[in-house]
Write a protein that binds this ligand. Structure first.
Ligand code: ADE
Length: 246
């Protein structure tokens, strides 16, 4: 998988992408993530890539041509058109399901918007998939692009080690994750649940599933509609359903 991030702030992206699990995965060649400076593709002698909006109003708008030229340079380098994503609060909200689907692609390019947005004509011309990371507005598309690149990368083979495995994590099965504990067994008078100290794997699994169901019911009951539930899960849930949901 290769991801190209088109941005005005390459250093901001590079500093995040060089760290931790993604930094290691990039070094090991498990994922290739490049950043491209849109400013390199302007013909303007002052390297300007934005201008005032037609019709007036606040802020600046990113011009179409530098974005178009930047994307074309990626296409030329790859010899094909990568799947293009534009990070915008106007897009469809990102889900783990979409992350999983995107992780199956070979090439993705991500456009980070800035200022008051980008000239609509480049959106019409390139027809990107528009993705939002949530119903709130950030100062630019860099943090959303990094979130997307991170969430996709960690789904790729060899990026997470066995003990970082994601199969039981929140959202993986449309359920939230069960609570986790580590040493010491007692901390400020709070005990680790007895069953986790028992060494009885089947019982531990059963307790974790129950906790997962209970957490989802209490915090995100909407997610249960999509979850794959066994008859046993359903009976566990119905035994909890009478309780007050916080
Ligand atoms: N750019 C600014 N806010 C954003 C959001 N919520 N999602 C994606 N891109 C954005």
């Amino acid at each position: 998988m290769r991801i190209d991030i088109m941005t005005l702030f390459t250093e901001m992206c590079d500093s995040v992408l060089g760290e931790s699990i993604i930094g290691r995965a990039r070094e090991a060649g498990k994922v290739e993530i490049n950043t491209r400076d849109i400013r390199e593709y302007t013909e303007d002698k002052h390297r300007r890539v934005d201008d005032k909006p037609y019709g007036g109003g606040m802020g600046m708008v990113m011009q179409a041509e530098p974005i178009f030229a930047c994307f074309n340079s990626i296409c030329d380098e790859l010899g094909k058109r990568p799947h293009l994503i534009y990070m915008t609060p106007q897009g469809k909200t990102l889900t783990q399901k979409r992350v999983k689907e995107l992780s199956r692609l070979d090439n993705i390019a991500i456009l980070c918007g800035h200022y008051e947005g980008v000239d609509e004509r480049v959106i019409e011309e390139l027809e990107p998939e528009e993705i939002s990371i949530g119903d709130y507005v950030l100062t630019g598309g860099e943090l959303p692009a990094l979130i997307l690149a991170d969430s996709i990368s960690r789904m790729l083979d060899g990026v997470l080690s066995n003990d970082e495995c994601f199969e039981e994590e929140s959202h993986y099965n449309s359920l939230l994750e069960y609570p986790q504990y580590t040493h010491p067994a007692e901390w400020r008078g709070r005990q680790v649940p007895e069953v986790l100290l028992s060494g009885h794997h089947a019982k531990v699994d059963e307790w974790r599933r129950e906790q997962s169901l209970l957490r989802t019911l209490r915090r995100r009951p909407d997610m249960l509609e999509k979850a794959e539930l066994t008859e046993k899960d359903k009976s566990i849930l119905s035994s909890f359903e009478g309780e007050k949901i916080c």
